[in-house]
Design a protein around this ligand. Structure first.
Ligand code: URA
Length: 220
């Protein structure tokens, strides 16, 4: 174990009826009633365990990953993410916004800092901390890991805390790359590929692709 913390329930994935965060568990119950056809459970990480790249998002969107059960799938943010993964050869098949589209990831796993959908897309600090052991165990289990891509500041901060890196030693910045002492992987940052960031052009497809080009170059 590279880290003293350990997951309180299952190892890398919360239980489908995880109740570690009471507000998120209540929100899930509400959504189960309102949207009975949705997945409505913590969205499990997606991709092969032997992946060299781990992409860490924020949390499932209510009508996206929370509906489909696959990170970024059906979410607006997934359109740019999956298109970029395809462009850089990190996926096989065609992304269609549903979990059974047959898409597979190559060398890449996608997860979220918080596995359950939060109200208004905003997890609280305690919820981010409570979910962190799953990220810790996910990272520890990935023996071929060469790069972690943090999408947005919350993902970046949670990943730093996971790795025991101080914020001042690895400040968040779009396109930033940080070496992690004692680890075989580097951290890469990008602005989150959210609807807001792409619509305002804070993040353009070209900016996102530049980050993937740097990652591809790094992992070989
Ligand atoms: N969907 C996810 O699964 N994660 C995000 O960060 C955004 C949308």
């Amino acid at each position: 174990m590279a880290n003293a913390l350990s997951a309180p329930s299952t190892d890398r994935e919360p239980l489908p009826d995880c109740d570690l965060c009471p507000r998120l568990a209540d929100f899930r119950k509400t959504n189960q009633e309102k949207f009975p056809g949705y997945f409505n459970a913590p969205a499990p990480s997606f991709g092969p365990a032997k992946a060299k790249l781990l992409i860490v998002g924020l949390a499932p969107g209510l009508h996206g990953a929370n509906q489909t059960g696959r990170p970024f799938t059906g979410d607006y943010a997934g359109d740019l993410l999956y298109a970029t993964l395809a462009k850089f050869g990190f996926s096989n098949g065609k992304y269609a916004g549903v979990a059974n589209d047959g898409l597979t990831l190559k060398q890449t796993m996608i997860t979220n800092a918080v596995r359950c959908v939060p109200p208004q897309n905003k997890p609280t600090g305690p919820e981010i901390r409570t979910c962190r052991p799953f990220l810790i165990n996910q990272i520890d289990a990935m023996k071929n890991l060469r790069a972690i891509l943090c999408l947005g500041r919350i993902s970046h901060d949670s990943t730093l805390a996971t790795l025991g890196v101080k914020a001042k030693d690895a400040p968040f910045g779009h396109g930033a790359r940080h070496e992690v002492k004692g680890r075989s992987f580097a951290l890469f940052d990008s602005y989150h590929c959210s609807r807001y960031n792409t619509n305002t052009r804070r993040l353009t497809p070209e900016m996102f692709e530049d980050v993937f080009a740097a990652i591809k170059d790094h992992i070989g």
